[in-house]
Design a protein around this ligand. Structure first.
Ligand SMILES: [Zn+2]
Length: 182
């Protein structure tokens, strides 16, 4: 996705109708250190609040458009017998052990429209997992015996984002944020 400035992020939050509490508490400073190249190689970017468990999730819709949703993250996945439960991330399809697994609840746009919960990588580093930059990615490759290139995984992640965004009824935003400032 394209790099956002703080101002562009703020105007996106207004446009996307994010819950006021999340809008107040989200900390853009948590992602402000990322450089332009990192933004370009990121399809899923969490901008958390101070707790790290809630915030605003940015998802790449197209080269010039983003989905935006407030989220709440739960880390760790246990079965009914209390054992750590491995999952496959709904976004990047990475197999994760129970301790690295999580679930993310995305609010539908607007008030009182409900929310949808997906399984996810607890670190939300899906963009790095599909590029095989993590040990979790290597573990997943051997667990799932997958034979795909990184490019194919990136394309699959982009497709999954669009499918999941439809489920949550997210709107893709272009507009002012696309006019990158110096
Ligand atoms: Zn993932």
């Amino acid at each position: 996705m394209k790099q956002l400035t703080k101002d562009q992020f703020d105007s996106l939050l207004q446009t996307a109708v994010i819950r006021p509490k999340i809008r107040r508490e989200v900390r853009f400073a948590n992602v402000a250190q990322l450089d332009e190249a990192t933004w370009l190689h990121t399809e899923v970017l969490a901008v958390p609040d101070r707790s790290g468990n809630k915030g605003v999730l940015l998802l790449k819709a197209t080269e010039n458009a983003l989905y935006v949703a407030s989220y709440e993250l739960k880390r760790g996945m246990t079965s009914s017998t209390g054992k750590a439960q491995p999952i496959i991330c709904d976004f990047c399809r990475t197999w994760q052990t129970g301790t690295r697994a999580g679930s993310i609840t995305l609010d539908k746009p607007g008030r009182a429209n409900g929310s949808v919960t997906f399984l996810c990588c607890a670190d939300l580093a899906c963009s790095q997992h599909v590029r095989s930059l993590t040990s979790a990615a290597r573990t997943s490759r051997s667990q799932l015996r997958e034979d795909m290139t990184n490019e194919e995984r990136i394309a699959r992640l982009e497709q999954r984002i669009n499918e999941l965004a439809q489920v949550v009824e997210l709107v893709a935003y272009t507009g002012e944020y696309a006019n990158t400032e110096k």
